[in-house]
Design a protein around this ligand. Structure first.
Ligand code: CNA
Length: 238
């Protein structure tokens, strides 16, 4: 922990990179844990472009439920600690793979959502945005152009949003330290963000419950994000 504090205080430009593990303590299951959610909705049936094409009703039902349950979810100590660090200028921003909006709810300002957001839905054909309530209109709601309305999140088999990805790459290139929180670091191309910081000669701190492929190149703080990050923020005096 002391080494991590030193690294964060001496970094010229530090960013955080977060994944589903930062939100599990808020009650949102990640992809890897054994949550009942993935028995009811297998990941391959709700997180891929193919799933949307083959069974849109099943696919959309999953997101309809997510929109409702995420509305009442609260940020946890890990999100709050990251917001405290940003406010104190210790981290310059957060690149997140999450779609739950909890970093913003915790008060973080510079949040780059590279996998989209559950805040809105859009037409799969023409891209027109709608409010999430549009999903409640029909089993498979459609745009004026005839396209299916779908959540504005990145599915397996789809490209990342160009603007967000560009900003994330630029942030990573400028950074000499990346604080990874709650990510298995196996999803590409998102995992190129911490990879890029290391490639450019920077350092990494990884806060994760389980091993990741970048552990041997980082300072690893093994355990729960809420406890570790809140302690880190306290030690940083923020
Ligand atoms: P992942 O592959 O599910 O990995 C999560 C990692 O977090 C695992 O290595 C766990 O060991 C670790 N972890 C879980 N809980 C904790 C905790 N409390 N403290 C510390 N570590 C913990 O998730 P990634 O984000 O790496 O994978 C990328 C996918 C998952 C992205 O596309 C996300 O959009 C997607 N996802 C997002 C959410 C969300 O928005 N909250 C939920 C589920 C999946």
């Amino acid at each position: 922990m002391e080494e991590a504090v030193k690294m964060l205080l001496t970094a010229r430009h530090a960013i955080a990179f977060t994944g589903a593990g930062v939100s599990t303590e808020s009650g949102i299951p990640d992809f890897r844990g054994n949550s009942g959610l993935w028995e009811q909705y297998p990941v391959e049936k709700v997180a891929s472009r193919r799933a949307l094409m083959e069974n849109p009703a099943f696919f959309l039902n999953f997101y309809r439920e997510r929109f409702k349950s995420y509305a009442n979810v609260k940020p946890n100590r890990a999100h709050e600690a990251l917001a405290r660090m940003e406010k104190a200028g210790i981290i310059k921003g957060i690149v997140t793979q999450n779609i739950d909006g909890l970093h913003q709810k915790a008060g973080s300002k510079n949040v780059i959502e590279i996998h989209g957001t559950l805040k809105r839905v859009r037409c799969d054909r023409c891209g027109k945005y709608y409010l999430p309530e549009k999903l409640d209109e029909e089993e498979v709601p459609r745009c004026n152009c005839g396209g299916v309305i779908r959540p504005d999140v990145v599915l397996f088999g789809e490209a990342l949003p160009r603007r967000e990805w560009q900003i994330a790459l630029e942030l990573a290139e400028r950074s000499d330290l990346v604080l990874v929180v709650g990510s298995s670091l196996v999803v590409t191309p998102a995992n190129q963000i911490p990879g890029l910081v290391l490639l450019e000669g920077g350092k990494a701190i990884i806060v994760n419950k389980d091993p990741t492929p970048l552990d041997d190149q980082a300072l690893v703080l093994r355990g729960y994000a809420g406890e570790i990050l809140s302690k880190l923020a306290d030690m940083l005096g923020v």
